[in-house]
Each structure stands twice: as C-alpha cells, then as structure tokens.
Design a protein around this ligand. Structure first.
Ligand code: ACO
Length: 309
C-alpha cells in the first residue's frame, strides 16, 4: 500500500508521511492471510538459510502482538505446519520489542542447556488492528514476518542482551478492547476500541530514542566493547527520524545503519528480523560482523542485543 493509496483513504499526503516518518509504502496481508501464514514463510526461509530440517528445532518462539487468535498460540500453528514435532512452541508478547525479548529468551534457554536449536520468529498483521480512519496511526504500520535460527556453539557469539520494561507508560500505545478488561461487545466495536491507539506520538518518539540509546550503551558496556566496534546497527523500524536520532546519539555513520522502513513501515515485532534478513541476503552483513540490534515498543518495552554474526 503506497502513500498515494492512503491519500485516498484519510486526510494525509505523501509529502507529510515521508517527511515525518520516512515511509513510502507498506505491505498489507491478503484478506485470507493471518500472522501464522507470514510466520510460516519466514520460518521456512530461515531453516533453509541455516541448512537445517524442522526435526532439528526444539524450541519455537513467535513474538507477536497480533496472534491469529487469543489461543492456541500462533507458535503451535507454525510448529505443526513446518512439521517440527519435537519442538516446544509458545508466543511471546512484547509488541515492537517482541523479537529481541524472544531472541534473548531463546539465548538464555540455549545457554542453560535446556534447548539446542531455536527458531525465533517476529510476525505481525498490524493492518487488522490499525484504525484505517485514524490518520495519526494508520500511515505508520505494515504487515510482515522475519525469523532466525539460533543454535548452541562452542564459541560465544551473542555477547550481551539487555531488556527493559516500564508499565507506568502503558497508555501511550494500546489496543483497549478485546481482552479481559474490556471484552468484545457491540459498544466496543461501535466505539472502535479494538484498534490501536497512540496517546502522544512525540512522547513515544522521545522515549524511543532515549531508551534504545540507553540499551545500546548498556550492552556495549556488558560486552566491554566500544561504539567503534559496531559494524551494523539494526534498530526497530518505526520511523526514519527515530533511527537517525538513535544513530546520531551512538555516533554511528549512516552506512552502518540498516533501514528499510521506507518499504515496509513499522512491522512491530517483525521489523528487526526482516531488516536483518535483507542485510544478510544482500551481502551487506557478512560473517563475523558485530551487530547491535535495538528495539522499543508498547509496554513500554525496550532492549538491545549485541552479537557477532
Ligand atoms: N497526515 C497529515 N497530517 C497529520 C497526520 C497525517 N497522517 N498525522 C498527524 N497529522 C497532523 C497532526 O494532526 C498535527 O496537526 P496540528 O498541528 O494541526 O495539530 C500535525 O500533523 C503535526 O503532528 P505531530 O504529532 O506534531 O507530528 P510529529 O512531527 O510528532 O510526527 C509522528 C508525528 C510521525 C507520529 C511522530 O510523532 C512519531 O513518529 N512518533 C513515534 C510514533 C511511533 O513510531 N509509534 C510506534 C512506535 S512504538 C511501536 O513500534 C509500537
């Protein structure tokens, strides 16, 4: 969906969207596609890239805020469809930080020796929870999925992980209805309460830059590495201005920043693995590069992971 198509739906303009967000277009799932369909494609591509068969996978985590349904877990649907019958599968909810929360959870479980091979998937169909009559939010989001395979090795390649949460700001980004607090009713539907609400875009912007910077510096310090050691920054793709501000705070030049928000918009928990996948497949990221991933989202939640590819 291009900005021009949005111009015909709400009072907005291509110029406004590009100037404020850097977004030019976003992908929208087909009416018969749900999150597990996108997650399945990403999982199959990741397994193929890793040269592994589904039997090798013993852990599947799907990070999503838009599961196919409240339960069963979307991860179980993916597990069945890829045929990873030996794997334990569950969903994890940390919205736009979900992929890094899932990644860090998988790393912890692998380091503890409980599991050996994990599939971590970020998958979202935000187009189903976006209010297409609200111009302040509908221009920002898109649908997508990305996945990584993590496996135990002798040499440590994930140097550090740092996650943060602050529920005091839970009202900044939320979907008010559809849960146990406000179950679906005619009123909640009439009042459009099943759609994403963003309280204060500027506050979200400020906190995103501040908290991702803090998380990035924290993992560097944990790993005893310096900003100059980073080959690539893969930030959550919410807004190109947030990405550039973060890069500036971390003194990273633009050629070290992976950004594709212009093509996909904000795909929430899917944005980092999609960007990582594109950077690897295009040859930009090569073996042994040091990568900093940083995320921020509703909750509030945020975090960073530092690794050697
Ligand atoms: N088209 C045209 N005008 C618009 C649109 C639109 N789509 N949306 C808002 N406007 C108007 C506003 O009504 C306002 O008009 P007014 O001055 O007459 O009141 C004007 O544009 C300026 O609005 P601001 O909110 O001041 O614009 P700002 O520069 O802050 O940009 C934006 C808004 C893009 C939302 C920015 O604040 C932002 O990116 N914030 C972060 C949002 C985000 O990334 N959320 C998700 C991250 S967390 C996660 O991924 C879950």
């Amino acid at each position: 969906m291009t900005n021009q198509e949005l111009e015909r739906m709400v009072d907005t303009s291509d110029a406004w969207i590009r100037a404020r967000t850097g977004i030019g277009e976003r992908r929208i799932a087909a009416p018969d596609e749900a999150t597990s369909d996108l997650a399945l494609a990403a999982a199959e591509n990741a397994l193929q890239a890793a040269g592994l068969s589904p039997d090798a996978v013993d852990l599947i985590i799907v990070a999503t805020a838009t599961p196919d349904m409240p339960f069963p877990p979307t991860a179980c649907l993916v597990q069945h469809r890829i045929g990873a019958s030996a794997a334990v599968a569950f969903d994890l909810s940390a919205v736009c930080s979900g992929f890094l929360y899932g990644f860090s959870t998988a790393v912890g479980l692998i380091l503890s020796g409980i599991y050996r091979t994990a599939l971590v998937i970020g998958a979202e169909v935000f187009s189903r929870i976006v209010d297409w009559e609200d111009r302040s939010t509908c221009v920002l989001f898109g649908d997508g999925a990305g996945a990584v395979v993590l496996q135990a090795t002798d040499r440590k390649r994930v140097f550090a992980s740092y996650l943060g949460s602050d529920g005091a700001w839970s009202e900044l980004l939320m979907v008010p209805a559809g849960g146990s607090r406000m179950p679906a009713s005619k009123r909640t539907v009439d009042e459009r309460l099943h759609y994403l609400k963003m309280g204060n875009g500027k506050e979200v912007f400020r906190r995103a830059v501040h908290l991702m910077t803090k998380a990035g510096l924290e993992v560097l310090s944990q790993a005893n590495l310096k900003l100059e050691d980073i080959d690539f920054l893969i930030p959550h793709q919410a807004n190109i201005r947030i990405i550039h501000s973060l890069a500036q705070k971390l003194s990273l030049s633009k050629d070290k920043v992976v950004a594709n928000v212009h093509k996909y918009g904000n795909t929430s928990g899917a944005s980092i693995p999609i960007a990582l996948d594109e950077a690897v497949r295009s040859g930009k990221i090569t073996r042994d590069d040091i990568i900093l991933m940083a995320a921020f989202g509703s909750g509030l939640t945020w975090g960073a992971v530092l690794l050697r590819w």
